[in-house]
Design a protein. Structure first.
Lengths: 510, 151
């Protein structure tokens, strides 16, 4: 009899919920019962309320069970779960669960489905088709496909990826670089982490396509040190890609070279800002650079550099595989394609929802999120990380679209959505925004470095009822200075959560 | 010795300073201030440059930590699920502030700004890679008990 495949996630959130103990219990029970199984440590399907979610490959497709605790394992064997047997935790096929079925998974198509580290499995699920196509195209045509797809930087700034690549393509230089910004520091975001743990070869393929397109032979993934599980997955996947001939001197037999390595950050939020990241990669303090020159002209070690977010790179293989038009057909307005949205904070059903742009915040919070985890009313939502505005119920019909969010005075950013229930104290949240900026400022420009500390003090005085009117005016003035005088988005956007808290939740400041 | 090994293993890399500092801290547990002149000399940097880098990054520590490092996420998604209360509980029960070590040398408490477990907070990281989800104050006490027993 062939070994039955059992999928137990190695995703960090699944591990945090006990997946390692579940995997061990399954191996032990199988041995005790002399059953032949083959454990695959996959990524997460992104339904965290069902994690650890295990799947069993049966002749009728994969059957899921969850959330599974180690103590449930004996009972699952008794129920013959290896053949899809009935059990209280049986969920059926993941693809039939409405929460999952209604998604449009392009970037995350393989996450949770394949063995993240296996090149053969990756190829069997459509991997490396994009790169194969790219290797037969001119650099200009690859860049044109990315441009035509409408892909915009998924890190948050939403700059058209193809335009960035075109600048590097046209830049003079014998040495160019491809750098992946995997410094996913925004609270409420974890799609980069899930992709790197669940389908790292997709990121590797996307970066290789970028290298082939612009003639860059070396790539770096700058990964935050807070992601040890992603670090292991990336290193293992890179080693496997080298062994299979998809990295190195002869990528896919094309004669083209592309080398790739992971570099660890060291706990600095500001290194998610691309020029700080480049300085950090060069071995310096991660301080923001003046622009121009753009990194595309003068980037890493002064050379032309493509620098993109994990999800931007990981969206490229499918564009080169299925064509620019296929990708562009998803989405609304100038926001084309899909966005891996992360539901976080106080929600019942948190996790990863990949949808075409155009879904509303309300659908995500209630239809997908299921309302608050605590059962209390959702009072505030922060989208786009610690520099994103706080939105009240009246804004929940905002459509996920870069321009619609900008029009609402908010920012879609990296697609992280953090919900708060009605116990939240918005003055505290505004104070925290300033405090966070003070902790993480790189110190190069005064509005950010000093303004954030003064911001904490001013909010403390407002809370203590000291010269309220004067201090409100001062806070307003300070926010204006930070917004217009800061060198980068950290100081420039920290006022957004503060000002939106004041605007929409004024009662918390009285 | 360990420092020289870390230097030699990484010096050929472009931008070698961060990889070297990581390697030193991984082996020694911190970046000893007395190692900075050696690192600076070997990389042809000034001591001020190396000191500037070590002190810029939250991850690098200049003194030995306790036997176990416990990091509590302070960021918004965890706040939405009670991280502020957890932080207060941790400081009170351990009798220390962030960046401090318990008097028995067992636990160093550190803040962290996001562990990427934002769907299942509050999140706590014990040691290098032991991530915990939905950590209540009671669960935190258990984690600390286990961490103390393990060291």
């Amino acid at each position: 009899m062939n070994a039955v495949k059992v999928f137990v996630p190695r995703d960090a959130t699944a591990l945090a919920l006990g997946a390692e103990n579940v995997a061990r219990a399954i191996v032990d029970a199988a041995r005790a019962r002399s059953v032949d199984i083959d454990i695959v440590r996959n990524g997460s399907r992104g339904m965290f309320w069902l994690e650890p979610l295990i799947e069993v490959a049966t002749p009728n497709g994969c059957i899921a069970y969850g959330p599974v605790k180690a103590a449930d394992v004996a009972g699952l064997f008794d129920a013959d779960f290896l053949h899809g047997g009935a059990h209280a935790l049986r969920l059926g096929a993941v693809e039939d669960i409405a929460w999952f079925k209604q998604q449009e998974r392009l970037c995350f198509a393989r996450v949770g489905v394949t063995d993240p580290l296996g090149v053969a499995d990756y190829i069997a699920h459509g991997g490396y088709r994009g790169l194969r196509n790219a290797l037969a195209m001119s650099g200009a045509n690859i860049v044109k496909a990315v441009t035509d797809s409408g892909l915009r930087g998924r890190g948050g700034a939403a700059f058209p990826t193809g335009i960035k690549w075109n600048t590097v393509l046209g830049a003079e230089g014998t040495q160019k670089y491809v750098v992946c910004n995997a410094d996913e520091g925004d609270s409420g975001t974890f799609s980069d982490r899930m992709l790197m743990e669940g389908d790292p070869l997709c990121l590797i393929e996307g970066m290789t396509i970028a290298g082939v397109a612009v003639g860059a032979t070396h790539g770096y993934i700058y990964l935050r040190s807070e992601y040890p599980h992603a670090h292991r997955a990336l290193n293992a996947a890179i080693a496997n890609a080298y062994a299979a001939g998809w990295l190195g001197a002869d990528v896919g037999g094309s004669g083209k070279r592309f080398d790739l390595e992971v570099r660890l950050g060291a706990g600095a939020y500001i290194c998610g800002e691309e020029t700080s990241l480049l300085d950090s990669l060069e071995g310096k303090r991660g301080q923001v650079r003046f622009k121009p020159p753009l990194p595309a002209i003068k980037g890493l070690f002064g050379k032309p550099t493509i620098i993109n977010n994990v999800i931007s790179f990981a969206s490229v293989p499918i564009i080169l595989d299925r064509g620019a038009g296929f990708y562009r057909d998803y989405g609304v307005g100038r926001s084309r394609g899909t966005l891996p949205i992360q539901l976080a904070g106080n929600l019942k059903r948190t996790g990863l929802v990949e949808k075409a742009f155009g879904v509303t915040l309300r659908e995500l919070l209630y239809d997908y999120g299921g309302g608050s985890y605590s059962g209390r009313p959702i009072r505030a939502v922060q989208v786009g990380g610690p520099l994103g505005a706080y939105l009240p119920e009246s804004q929940f019909d905002t459509v996920l679209d870069y321009e619609a969010f900008a029009a609402a005075g908010a920012m879609l950013g990296h697609g992280g959505i953090v919900a708060f229930d009605d116990t939240v104290d918005m003055l505290e949240q505004a104070r925290y925004a300033m405090e966070f900026c003070a902790v993480e400022s790189c110190g190069k420009c005064t509005p950010c470095r000093i303004g954030s500390t003064r911001g904490v003090e001013v909010i403390d005085r407002i809370r203590a009822n000291v010269d309220r009117e004067k201090n409100f005016a001062l806070l307003d003035d300070l926010c204006h200075t930070m917004r217009n005088g800061s060198l980068c988005a950290l100081g420039g956007l920290t006022p957004d959560p503060v000002v939106s808290a004041l605007k929409y939740f004024a009662e918390d400041f009285s | 010795m360990a420092v020289m090994q870390a230097i030699d293993a990484n010096r050929a890399k472009p931008g070698a300073l961060l990889p070297i500092l990581h390697a030193v801290q991984d082996v020694v547990g911190y970046v000893p201030p007395e190692s900075l002149p050696l690192i600076a000399h070997e990389l042809n940097l000034t001591r001020a440059e190396v000191y500037g880098v070590v002190t810029f990054y939250h991850h690098f520590r200049s003194a030995p930590p306790g036997r176990q490092v416990v990091q509590i996420c302070r960021a918004e998604a965890c706040q939405a699920l009670g991280a502020r209360a957890l932080e207060a509980h941790a400081k009170r029960t351990l009798g220390i502030n962030f960046h401090e070590t318990t008097s028995d040398g067992a636990i160093t408490l550190e803040p962290v700004y996001c562990l990427g477990n934002c769907g299942c907070g509050p999140s706590v990281l014990v040691g290098d890679d032991e991530l915990h989800a939905r950590v209540t104050p009671a669960a935190f006490d258990e984690l600390v008990k286990t961490a103390r027993a393990a060291t």
